[in-house]
Design a binder for this molecule. Structure first.
Ligand SMILES: [Zn+2]
Length: 237
């Protein structure tokens, strides 16, 4: 293998790894977003629950006021009953008192039902609190793992880029500019291995003569399909 091909082969290894790291790094934002959404979901559930309880308490207090008002109404009618002169007036007030009493009874029943509902909501609350705490802890650990992984990938990328910066200038200028240009326009892969008689990136097959030449490993071949530089692997047969 010529020195030029040897350098290209080394660059190929660096670039393949860089592409893999880049792909891995590209997945993290979506993973973070999904984790953030999970915590937000638990928090929303808890907030909705708190709002439901608050609304219920407001309605229950309103009904308790209704009970007090209806009680006062009953008492007022009872007092009036003591002052009326006719049987008809007395009967009318009895009717009013019965009505107020029935409405009060209904309101009291509603208050009791709402108290039960409040109790049920309060009982359910610790579970929701716990679900949120668990989600926060789990997501926190996962985010920390992602950050560690991101840092590791970024550090490795930086080290690989440094190696690339050292190797690329060792190529003949024409080869180097072609390598950089193709690499930039072809998703970070400017040099690929020939595998099974074809370009390892686009799978365009090489003509038997091209393959024959590639096996000599004495000059750079260009893929007809994608324009990448092709290297016959040193360990290929
Ligand atoms: Zn190709």
């Amino acid at each position: 293998m010529t020195p030029e091909l040897a350098i290209l082969w080394e660059l190929h290894a660096l670039d393949e790894r860089l592409v893999a790291l880049h792909d891995a790094l590209a997945k993290f934002p979506a993973e973070r977003a999904a984790l953030g959404a999970r915590v937000a979901g638990e928090r929303n559930r808890l907030e909705a629950h708190a709002r439901q309880l608050h609304d219920l308490q407001l309605r229950r207090r309103q009904r308790e006021k209704d009970v007090t008002a209806l009680q006062a109404e009953e008492q007022r009618f009872a007092k009036q009953q003591g002052l009326v002169k006719t049987n008809a007036e007395f009967q009318a007030l009895t009717h009013e008192i019965d009505g107020a009493r029935a409405r009060r009874s209904d309101a009291e029943t509603e208050v009791l039902v709402m108290m039960d509902e409040e109790q049920a909501l309060e009982t359910a609350r610790p579970k929701l609190d716990q679900a949120l705490r668990e989600a926060e802890a789990e997501v926190g650990a996962k985010i920390a793992a992602i950050e560690a992984e991101e840092k590791r990938a970024n550090d490795e990328s930086a080290a690989l880029e440094a190696q690339r910066a050292r190797l690329a200038p060792q190529l003949p200028p024409g080869t180097r500019s072609r390598y950089e240009r193709v690499r930039d326009s072809r998703g970070g892969r400017g040099v690929v291995a020939i595998a099974k008689g074809a370009c390892g990136a686009c799978y365009r097959g090489l003509a038997p003569q091209g393959l024959q030449e590639a096996r000599k490993r004495d000059h750079v071949l260009i893929c007809d399909g994608c324009g990448r530089m092709l290297v016959y692997p040193p360990d290929g047969e």
